[in-house]
Design a protein around this ligand. Structure first.
Ligand code: SAH
Length: 209
C-alpha cells in the first residue's frame, strides 16, 4: 500500500497486538488537525481537546472501532463528538455517521475539521446524547465515547435488530469497563460482554452547554 497507510501509530498498534488493518488504515488521519494544542503521541494516555474533554488513546479508538464495525454497519451513531476524530475514522468505514455533542464549541470545531478534510458523510447534532438521535434512528451500531453510569437503554432502543452498542460503563467499584451489547435480533433482548477496563470522561445527562 501507499506511504499514507503508515499512520503515525500504525506500527505501535501492531506492536500492541492490534490486527485489524481496515481500522489501522482508517485511522491514518492527520491527528494534528484534531488536536491543535499539540499531539502528545502514543505515550500520552489521552489528549486534551479543551473544555475538560479528551481524545482517547489510539489503541482505545482502534479497539472500539474494530468492535463497532465487526458486522459492517452502514449507519452508525456516536455519542460524544469531542474533536471529531472518532467520527472521522468511522466516516471511512461506514456509509453514514451521526454524531451528538453536548458542548457547542466542540461541535463547531469538529464541523470545521470535517469540512477541512472534505468529509461529507457525517451529520452532527448539538444535544444531550443520552437520548440518542430519534429522528435518525434506527442505527446499525452505536458507540458512546463518554462513560455511562448505567446501561443506556434509550440508546439500545435506537438499535436495529442485530445491531451493536459499544460503551464504557461505570461499575459499582468505581472503575469503568468497556461493554458490548448485541441485539438478539428479536424483542428487546441484548447480550452483554465486558472487554476490559477503560478510562473516559463522564457522559453528562441533561441540558447541553
Ligand atoms: N469521540 C471524541 C472524544 C470524546 S470525549 C473524539 O474522538 O475526540 C467525550 C465527549 O463526550 C466530550 O466531548 C463530551 O462533551 C461529550 N459528552 C459527554 N456527555 C455527553 C452527552 N450527554 N451527550 C453528548 N455528548 C456528551
Amino acid at each position: 500500500m501507499s506511504e499514507r497507510v503508515a499512520a503515525p501509530w500504525a506500527n505501535e498498534l501492531r506492536r500492541a497486538g492490534f490486527r485489524d488493518e481496515r481500522v489501522i488504515s482508517a485511522m491514518d488521519l492527520p491527528r494534528d488537525i484534531f488536536a491543535p494544542r499539540g499531539f502528545g503521541g502514543w505515550n500520552s494516555a489521552a489528549l486534551p481537546i479543551g473544555h475538560g474533554q479528551t481524545i482517547s488513546h489510539p489503541l482505545t479508538v482502534a479497539q472500539m472501532t474494530s468492535l463497532l464495525i465487526e458486522k459492517n454497519p452502514r449507519k452508525v451513531l456516536e455519542i460524544g463528538t469531542g474533536s471529531g476524530f472518532q467520527a472521522a475514522v468511522l466516516s471511512r468505514l461506514c456509509d453514514e455517521v451521526c454524531t451528538v455533542e453536548r458542548i457547542q464549541a466542540l461541535q463547531s470545531e469538529a464541523i470545521f475539521r470535517f469540512n477541512r478534510l472534505e468529509i461529507y458523510n457525517i451529520k452532527t447534532r448539538y444535544s444531550d446524547g443520552t437520548l440518542g438521535w430519534p429522528d435518525e434512528a434506527p442505527f446499525d451500531a452505536i458507540i458512546v465515547t463518554a462513560c455511562a453510569q448505567e446501561r443506556p437503554d434509550a440508546l439500545l432502543a435506537q438499535l436495529r435488530p442485530d445491531g451493536r452498542l459499544v460503551t464504557p460503563l461505570a461499575a459499582p467499584d468505581g472503575k469503568q469497563y468497556l461493554k458490548v451489547y448485541d441485539h438478539k435480533g428479536s424483542g428487546s433482548d441484548f447480550t452483554e460482554r465486558t472487554v476490559r477496563e477503560v478510562r473516559f470522561v463522564p457522559l453528562v445527562a441533561g441540558n447541553p452547554e
